[in-house]
Ligand binder design. Structure first.
Ligand code: ATP
Ligand code: MG
Length: 351
């Protein structure tokens, strides 16, 4: 029986066995496709985070089981309400099936990553979901620890046990969260010195800036209120995310065209990297906050740091990388697979 590692990201999910299989989700039927629910574990429907995230999801959130939050969807022409644990269990079952089909072995044991800042209540709910899915979770591992394990295992130039450790800062910017750790590595030994995070900061905040910009522009140019139509807003969000990714590899003007956005009206606009960086200036500043915290908590100076390793899709934004590099006064490295490092770390734990 194989043990697999699961990284249930806010946007992307990764499975790792010995060789890595990747798997991610797409929006098809927006009102009945439930995604981005990772942040709802263990929370009541009235919770401030649930209420503030409500506007970001196109499906309906409802109170279930003693006031906890769940989602309402149409499934086979019938209305159903699912708890967040049931939804996570469905997702885990899908990931398990994908893993089994790929490795042609039964999967029961797994290691699952969770954000470092997840509370006990959130962790317990993830474990409930694991149980519903019929899996056996050997360990819940912090995202940052998983990245550190991935890093340590492949490095051959680590100091021997009697030498001074190599200090590495690991930075993970995902879609919804930003997590940083300071780690001391020796051959076969890893110590996490400190972790810091911004629980609500990631790639989606950069998408949102573009969405706001184009909503205003389309209102002025075409008299369209994109925010009043869920589907139109979702399409604009998707296009803005694509645009953001394109701007990571090009600094030229990039067009944004959407056909029949609202009432058969086609819309178009453009953006380039430097304009984008202006729109996101405060977000780029915000990158340094957890970096300062992690250094203070680990009682480190930047000159003590041997390497800064970045993972997570959000670190592909050139201005984010540049900010991190500037803070540490050195180039950042991306020797790990930015997308798969967390899932690999989980799988390595039991290898
Ligand atoms: P979280 O860790 O917050 O739970 P996640 O693990 O699902 O989320 P990742 O898969 O690490 O997140 O990263 C997804 C984010 O990275 C998205 O916001 C996506 O738009 C962004 N991203 C991916 N590729 C690029 C790129 N080339 N340029 C800019 N952003 C990118
Ligand atoms: Mg992640």
């Amino acid at each position: 029986m194989a043990v697999v590692g699961f990284d249930i990201g806010f946007q992307n999910n990764y499975i790792a066995v010995a060789k890595v299989i990747t798997f991610c989700f797409l929006i098809t039927n927006s009102k009945n496709t439930v995604f981005n629910f990772k942040r709802f574990h263990g929370r009541s429907f009235d919770d401030i985070i649930v209420q503030s995230e409500r506007a970001n999801v196109p499906y309906d959130l409802v109170p279930v089981n003693d006031g906890r939050v769940g989602a309402k969807v149409m499934y086979l022409d019938k209305e159903h309400q699912f708890s967040i644990e049931q939804l996570t269990a469905m997702l885990l079952t899908k990931l398990k099936d994908t893993a089994e089909a790929n490795i042609q072995k039964k999967v029961v044991d797994c290691v699952i990553s969770v954000p470092t800042f997840f509370t006990d209540a959130e962790r317990r709910r993830v474990l409930d979901a694991v149980q519903i899915a019929g899996l056996n979770c050997l360990r819940l591992m912090n995202d940052t620890t998983a990245v550190a394990l991935s890093y340590g295992i492949y490095k051959e130039d680590l100091p021997s046990p009697d030498e001074k450790p190599k200090i590495v800062i690991l930075v993970d910017m995902g879609h919804s969260a930003f997590q940083v750790s300071a780690c001391a590595f020796k051959k076969g030994k890893l110590k996490v010195l400190a972790t810091a995070f911004d629980t609500h900061f990631g790639g989606r905040d950069f998408d949102q800036r573009l969405v706001e910009y184009f909503c205003t522009e389309f209102n002025a140019k075409y008299k369209l209120d994109v925010k009043s139509r869920v589907r139109a807003l979702l399409r604009l969000q998707q296009e803005c995310e694509k645009l953001k990714k394109l701007m990571s590899s090009s600094s030229m003007d990039i067009p944004l065209n959407i056909e029949c956005l609202i009432d058969e009206k086609d819309v178009s606009g453009k953006m380039n990297r430097s304009h984008f960086e202006e729109l996101c200036a405060d977000l780029i500043e915000r990158v340094t906050v957890p970096l300062v915290t992690v250094m203070e908590q680990a009682e480190l100076q930047v000159q003590n740091v041997s390497a800064v390793e970045i993972v997570g899709g959000g670190t592909r934004i050139p201005a984010v990388r540049a900010k991190i590099a500037k803070f540490f006064g050195k180039d950042v490295s991306s020797t790990l697979n930015a997308d798969e490092a967390v899932a690999r770390g989980c799988a390595l734990q039991c290898a």
